[in-house]
Write a protein of this length. Structure first.
Length: 112
């Protein structure tokens, strides 16, 4: 079972591409960071980034960060029995991207 949405079987494609909760986290993080969401292909984000050379570095790094946070949360739910809210996870992604220092300083934090 998928520990993010608890509504589907879990595999990598589901967790990173099809899971409704993962999708929500990704959309909210991209929106808060003022990055337009790339149209997701049926192969999912990772394969899409390999194929589509027009996707910017900022977008790529943010998607990789998002996938890392989703994976970390999934493992925490399974092995540590802790659960963060969608908003906490989005905030964590934004913090990581801000610390990266390559983003504009004027990131809109009013993403509630
Ligand atoms: Zn799921």
């Amino acid at each position: 079972m998928c520990y993010m949405c608890r509504a589907s079987d879990e595999d990598a494609k589901h967790l990173f591409n099809d899971c409704t909760q993962s999708k929500t986290i990704t959309s909210k993080a991209l929106l808060a960071l003022q990055i337009s969401e790339p149209t997701q292909s049926s192969q999912g984000y990772i394969e899409m980034m390999v194929v589509d050379k027009t996707i910017t570095t900022t977008t790529r790094e943010t998607i990789v960060t998002t996938n890392f946070i989703i994976w970390k949360e999934r493992c925490n739910r399974i092995f540590r029995d802790t659960t963060k809210t969608t908003q906490q996870l989005v905030d964590e992604i934004i913090e990581m991207r801000r610390r990266d220092g390559r983003l504009q300083t004027s990131i809109n934090m009013d993403h509630g």
